[in-house]
Structures are given as structure tokens and as C-alpha cells.
Design a protein around this ligand. Sequence first.
Ligand SMILES: O=C(O)CCC(=O)C(=O)O
Ligand SMILES: [Fe+2]
Length: 345
Amino acid sequence: MHFFDSFPDDVPTAPLVTLSLNKLVAEDAEEKARFFEASKSLGFFYLDMRGCAEGEELLDGANDMFDLMEEFYGLPVEEKLKYDFAAQGSYFGYKGIGAEVIDGKGTKDKNEIYNISKDDLLSLSDRIPAPDVINNNRKGSASYVQANNKILTTLFSSLASSLKLPASSFTDLHRIASSSGCHIRFIRAPPQPISERSLSLGEHTDFGSLTILFNRIGGLQVLLPGTSDWVYVRPMPGCAIINLGDAMVKFSAGILRSNLHRVVAPPGRQEDMVRYSLVYFSRPEHEVKMRRLEGGLVDAIEHNGADEVEESTKDWLKRRHQGRKVQFFKGKESWEGAMGTEARL
Ligand SMILES: O=C(O)CCC(=O)C(=O)O
Ligand SMILES: [Fe+2]
């Protein structure tokens, strides 16, 4: 596929390890150890989905979702804006270019986003209005949620066992039929004229637990720990890019890492391409408290003041996402107030 081949060879890239889903499903001890190490050191890795039934299902689903995303973004902007529910405080639906700030100075973002709620797709909440292209594919989108969930179950169980916690420690906080902020995200960024280039998506850590991301062209960058070097994550065929979010940091009292990342214009000859990106965000159930778990390796970590602050997942999400919206932005302080665990860096 031309997407992957067109990524340049002469830009600095992040040294993500590639883990095999097949081996993690088989509970291969060495692979589990590599997974734990990647989750502590960088919090980003590739997961090779190929040659594994669950992985192939996810890859097929992701291809369908990319088609759906292109169809959705092909709608006229007035039509898409009908599904912008930010004024009602909703996280789901459409966000036009420039509706969010990407830094403490108030610079506007450069991408369109459409968020589709897991609870809506699985009929666990009221139906959120959506255009026909999206409504006509509810079944396919719900299957995509289920396919992500299968992979997440494998990953959560593996991490719990590496932390010497009961195997269901994380899956019990992420039951698919419980109300949560899990969602599919479609992102579209048009090419940026060289003279006006800025970030498409500002630096952040993800709010939730685990993020399953599919990129076809470059633009995603991670900040290498302990440096000021932003380097590209090269998209790899057959692989998802997985990263840990702040909830995993909280649950593990900082053993696991959520790393800062951002999106810039695609590199080299990809600069003229429209960038589409597909994300599935898993988040703890709404009522789960964002606090350290008890037991296993977590108990060996000393307590600090941050442990005493208990916010429910629902309140945490609200604080984090409102601080990024243009209408709530009041300067550097409101920006920093929306920080999660990245503020500790
Ligand atoms: O588009 C990407 O590659 C990353 C998007 C992202 O980091 C996010 O939506 O949280
Ligand atoms: Fe992210």
C-alpha cells in the first residue's frame, strides 16, 4: 500500500518495540515481559495483529472504518456542524478545525474530529443524533468496538499479571456493558501550507486506559523520555500503535507510563496528503475512582499527596476535555488545569 511506503527514511523515528498479539494471546512469558517493559519505559508500542484471528478481525474492521471516515468527512461542513454538541457539554460528535487550543498561548488546532460513543453504539445510553452515513453503519461500528474490546481484554490481563495483581484487576474496571467514555475517533487533517505550519493536535497524554490507534501516514510524534526530542512514529502495515493513558498511571501508582505525544504535518513527500487517523480509546467505567489499586507491585510504591485526591473517571474526563475547548480557554492557567499526569514531568 502506498501509504506506508511513502513515509520518508530520513526523519528521526521512535524506537517502538513490536509485540505479537498472537504471543500475548498465548500468554507467552517472554512476550508478556516485553510488553510490561514497553509499558513502563515509553508507554507506546506496535502490536502486530497479523496471523491471529482477533487481530485479523480488527484489521478488517479498521479498513472498513477508514472507508466510513472518508465518507463522513466528505459531507459538507454545514452538515457536519449539525453534529457539534460541544455547546451542550458533550464530548461526542463533530469538532471543526480550530475549536480546540493546542497550547498555553491559545493557538488553535488544525484538524477535524468525530467521536462515536461506545455506550451509544451498544444502546447503553440515549441515541446521539448522527448523519445517515454514520447511522447506516451502526452495526459495523459496534462490531469494531467489540473487536477492540477483545484485544483490550488480552492486554489488560497481561498487565495485571505482570503487576502481580489479580488477573481481572483491570478488566473488572472496564466492563463493556457498563457506562463509560470509551469511544471511536475519526481524525482528518488537511495538508498545511508550509508558511503557516503548526501542530494539528497539541501535545498531550491520553486521559483513559489504553488507546488503539491506526495510522497510515506519518504525523504522530512522541517526546522521548528524559529528552526534548520529538520524533515520528512510523506507521507499520498490519500493526496498531498502542499507548497507555493516564488512568493506567493512576492505577499503577506511576509504574506504568503515559507518554506525551502530538500530531504535526506529515513528513517529506507525505506533506500533500490528507491525513486520516482512526482511534479507539478505552476508559474506565464512569464511577471508577482514578486512584491507585491495592496489591501486587503497586503496594511497594510509596504514597504521595496526589494519591489522596480522588476524582471519579467522569469528573476527570470533564475537567480534561473542557480545558482544551476554545470557549473555556482563559489562558495558561486554564490550560494547565486540564493537564493530567503529564504535569508531573
Ligand atoms: O492521530 C494520531 O495519530 C494521534 C491522535 C491522538 O493522539 C489522540 O486523538 O489522542
Ligand atoms: Fe492521544
